[in-house]
Every structure is written in C-alpha cells, then in structure tokens.
Design a protein. Structure first.
Length: 572
C-alpha cells in the first residue's frame, strides 16, 4: 500500500520537483525517505534557515516553486528568517514540515508548537493537513498560491502529523493527475491602455523602473523605451533585465533621473523604501506615475498612479507599443545627457577602483577586491551573490554581475553561502561567486560543509574587515566613539573552511590576491579570506542609512520629506 508520505513524494515529483533542501528529523522522516527513494536529490544542510535560502536561490534562478523540507518545532523556527526573506521578496517556495502525532497534539508533546499560526503572517497560504483525503487538494492550493494565483507570489506552508504520514492511502484518496493552477496571464483592459497612451503623449521625460515582476521582459521594455525615448533603472531584484551597456540604462545617475523625470513608469515594481515610497519629496513634484503590474503592491501601494495598468509586463508593454503610445515632444537632449553623464561616472568609478589606496595598516580598499573579481573571476555565465552590510554597499555600486542575487529588500544578512549552493545545484554547469562580509559569513559558515559534500562549484570570497563596519562608523560618528559589539578581530575564516574540507587561502595584500583567486577557481568549492580595510566610508553609510531616519531611509530624502510636512511632524 502507498503511504501518505509516499503519496506526497509522488505529488511533488509529478510537479517537476527534482531537488529538495532540508535537514532530517523524526517528524519528516517518512517524507524524507520517500523522496530519496523516488530519485529526488535531497540536499542535506546544517541549518534549516540555510535550506530555505538555498531553495530561495533555486526558485529565483529557475522561475519555479522550490521546496524546503524542515522538521517540526525548532526545525521550523530555524527556518523563519529564510521564509520572511522569501515573503518580502515574493519568491515562490513550498515549505513542507511534519507535526506532532495527532493523539499527542495539545498535550505538551515534544516539539509541539502552533506552527501554522506562527507562519500565517509570512506565507501566502498555510495548509495544515489532518486527513489523507485532503492531501492532493491542499498541495494543489498551496502551489497555486505560491505562484501568485491569489495575488503576489511567495512562500506557502504545508505540514502533516507524522502519524498521518505513515498511514496507508485508501484507493479513493490516491493520486490524481496533478492540477497545475498557476497564476493566470493578465492582460490590461483597452480603456486603461488608452488612458496610459494619453498620459505618455503629454510627457517629455520618461523614466522606466523595473522590479522583480519585470524579469524576462527585457525585449518588451527595450521596445517601449525606444518608442518613448525614455531612460531605464532597475533594482537588485531585476538586475540584468537590460544589459549593463544598454544606451538607455543609467544606474549611475539614479538620483538625477528620479528627480527630473516627468513621467515615471514602474514595471512589476513596488514603490518601497528603495524608491522613497514614491514621495514627491524625492521624485519631481509634478511627476506623474504610470504603474504596471499584477498586484496591488505593484500598481497602487504607497502612491496611487495617475494610470494603473493591471497586466503582465510583456502583453501590457506590447499593447502600449502597438497603440503607438509616445510623447508628443520628447526631451531627447535630457535622455542623451543622462546617458553621457552615466558613462562619465562609470568611467570615473572604474578609475577609482584601480586607484583606491590601502589604509595605514596596509589593508586594501574594498574596491580593489571588487576590481579583482571583475577582472579575474566573473564572466557572463557567473551567478554573482553579494551578502553583507558594508561590502554589499560597495558591491552594489561596482560589482559586475550578469546574474545577481543579494540580501534583498528585507536586508537579510547571511544569504551568501546558501544562495551560492542553491544557485550551483539548480544551474548545472554554472559557477557561483559569493562576495560576503565577514560578519554575514558567520550566520551560515557551516554550510561550506554542505558545499563540499555536494561538490558545489562555488567560490566564497570574504571581505574581512574584522568588524561590523557600518555600525562601527555609526558608533564613532553618533555615539562619541563608544564602540560596543562591532569588532570581530583575528577571525581566520580560511582555517574554518579548510577544517570543513574546502580549499582555502588567506590574503593580506593586493599583490597576493590575483594568484589566490586563480588557484581557488581551480579547486572549487573554495574560500578566499581577504583582509580589507574598515576605514573607507561605504555609499550606504554616507547616505545616512545606518541612522534609520524617521520618514525616509536616506538622510537627504528624510530632510526633503520633513520639509513637506507640517511643523508638528517635522519635530518628530
């Protein structure tokens, strides 16, 4: 007879699941065993949070639902940070767990906590299954919710009591053909398309900003940009939508483009803290907004648009192009000037990378490390991950990244090693390079063991400034140099990596770096622990992000926002 656990495994296989990430435990052992016996690659990790992060990277890179299998109680609570990160980023995951046997539930059994209640605020849907009759229907509903059939994609949660997993499935409850109920395609209504056309016709300076929902829409965005003579910005969640050398891509002129555009077109993009919530204190006071997306967050949240187009990016942008939507009098001089200024700033940054000087102790500037990665490591097929506080800020400005993942809008430190493992396993033949701050590495350093056991072709490069540098600068500047809990001196991450079975080297100077990186690439998985200076001020610290301003994330934005508010609000 087929058990419930075997039926669950069969269901997942029928949906195309070739790999799950997890950590074994008694409450999930029946499903764990059934998956392995069906040829599913069970990637065993050292911490459940890392399992979810590995699944997160796999889902991002394959555009499909990835699965994390975690045991009950503390196994699930360990996974919560990874689930929260996937939730904020809108990444489709299935979190599958076990639960206390039904006869012991509520009696103080081992690892008996209200798991579904714990995850409800973070998941698109939760599905605690009590009876075998509901197994396939609940999995159907969970997959549909993960893919965004009810709105935004994101993680879903399913759990089954361990005694239920061992039950024999009655014939009437056996597997039926998998019902794939993903998000239906959304096409905009013609009335809204016409209204958007009129809005575009009245504009002169068009700025297009892409978000996660615009992935895979590069051709449609390019055709639209060419028609409206616009410029383009992306975010970390949509990096690579257009190539870095595209003549309408102006990332180095982000502030100016936002401040000067008179029409802002968001495509699959939330107006979150990274875009000042759409505030007129940061965008041009007279700017109008055209928002394109499939969810409320993408089309209306924080600032209602002048026109909202509810639809998938490709058909929506195609409809605007087909109807001939274009400015009657485009400001082509503005577009040309922005791109020229962007090129000048990029060239200046490249020069700065080469000329960045070491500090008084001889530790290299973080930009020299990034330049070495750009020059000697990263190619067009590399999956690049940036993880950290201080180093992420430098990397966001300077790191070349054809395919890119980072801490995301939650600012979730610790993703570097798990993301690299998940990326490599889900993208056979591709290599991952993770640039990780020394503080961030501490969260999931043991997963280097996972990389070794699963023979993952990943290179982990540690920017070791022996500190939590952003917080250290903050304590020096705003708290009179009272340094508390910000120094991490003397840590040799290369020795830890060697102890876990990886190739590793320790680099103290710029002269040693290129050779170490070359040798590491010949012995993947590998870690290169690079001493860098904590003295340079990162762009994020310079912008005031560490101070957590009241109204806006950046100090200049916050000051502009306060100026727009009544005196009572400005006093807050």
């Amino acid at each position: 007879m087929t058990t419930v656990a075997e039926a669950v495994a069969d269901d997942l296989v029928a949906r195309g699941t070739a790999r799950v990430f997890g950590l074994c435990g008694g409450h999930i052992q029946p499903i764990w065993d059934a998956l392995d016996r069906r040829g599913v690659d069970v990637v065993d990790v050292r911490h459940e949070g890392a399992a979810v992060m590995m699944a997160h990277a796999a889902a991002e890179l394959t555009d499909s639902v990835a699965v994390a299998l975690v045991t009950a109680g503390p196994g699930l609570t360990n996974a919560v940070t990874g689930i929260a990160n996937a939730s904020v980023s809108g990444v489709p995951l299935l979190i599958l767990s076990g639960r206390t046997p039904r006869p012991q539930t509520g009696m103080g059994a081992m690892q008996d906590i209200p798991q579904a209640d714990l995850l409800r605020p973070l998941c698109r849907s939760v599905h605690p299954i009590w009876d075998q009759r509901h197994v396939h229907a609940e999995l159907d509903a969970a997959y549909a919710a993960a893919l965004g059939s009810r709105g935004r994609p994101g993680p879903v949660y399913v759990d089954l009591p361990v005694d239920l997993q061992g039950e024999s499935m009655l014939p009437a409850n056996m597997s039926r053909p998998v019902q794939s109920r993903g998000r239906p395609a959304h096409r905009p209504d013609l009335h809204s398309v016409a209204a958007a056309g009129r809005l575009i016709a009245e504009s002169h300076r068009v700025l297009v900003i892409a978000g996660r929902g615009a992935r895979g829409s590069g051709e449609a965005i390019t055709a639209f940009l060419d028609q409206v003579d616009g410029v383009f910005l992306d975010g970390s969640d949509s990096r690579g939508t257009l190539p870095a050398d595209h003549p309408r891509y102006v990332p180095a002129m982000r502030g100016r483009a936002i401040a000067e555009a008179d029409l802002v077109v968001t495509v699959g993009r939330r107006l979150d803290f990274q875009l000042a919530y759409g505030s007129s204190a940061v965008f041009h006071p007279d700017a109008r907004f055209l928002r394109i997306g499939t969810t409320y967050e993408q089309t209306a949240a924080n600032r209602r648009a002048d026109v909202e187009l509810v639809g998938d990016p490709n058909p929506t942008l195609a409809a605007l192009v087909e109807t001939g939507a274009r400015p009657a009098a485009p400001d082509r001089a503005w577009t040309a000037d922005l791109f020229a200024a962007n090129q000048q700033r990029v060239e200046r940054l490249a020069k700065n990378l080469l000329e960045a000087e070491p500090d008084e102790s001889g530790r290299m500037h973080p930009y020299r490390l990034i330049d070495a990665l750009n020059s000697h490591v990263i190619d067009d097929d590399t999956v690049v991950i940036a993880d950290g506080g201080d180093i992420l800020s430098f990397a966001r400005v300077a790191l070349r990244a054809p395919t890119y993942l980072d801490c995301g809008p939650l600012g979730c430190l610790g993703v570097g090693v798990p993301f690299a493992v998940g990326a490599c396993l889900s993208q056979p033949g591709r290599r991952a390079v993770a640039l990780i701050g020394d503080g961030s590495l501490g969260f999931h350093l043991a997963e280097i063991d996972t990389a070794v056991r699963h023979q993952v072709p990943a290179l982990f490069v540690v920017a070791n400034n022996a500190s939590w540098a952003i917080e250290r600068h903050d304590q020096n500047q705003r708290y009179d140099g009272n340094l508390v809990g910000v120094d991490l001196p003397g840590c040799r991450y290369d020795l830890v990596a060697k102890g876990l079975g990886a190739y590793a080297e320790h680099v103290r100077s710029q002269d040693e770096l290129a050779g170490a990186l070359r040798r590491a690439q010949e012995h993947l998985p590998a870690l290169v622990d690079v001493e860098v200076s904590s003295a340079p001020i990162s762009p994020d610290f310079r912008s005031g992000l560490a101070g957590v301003p009241t109204f806006q994330p950046l100090a200049t934005w916050d000051a502009a926002e306060r100026a727009l508010r009544p005196a009572a609000a400005r006093a807050c």
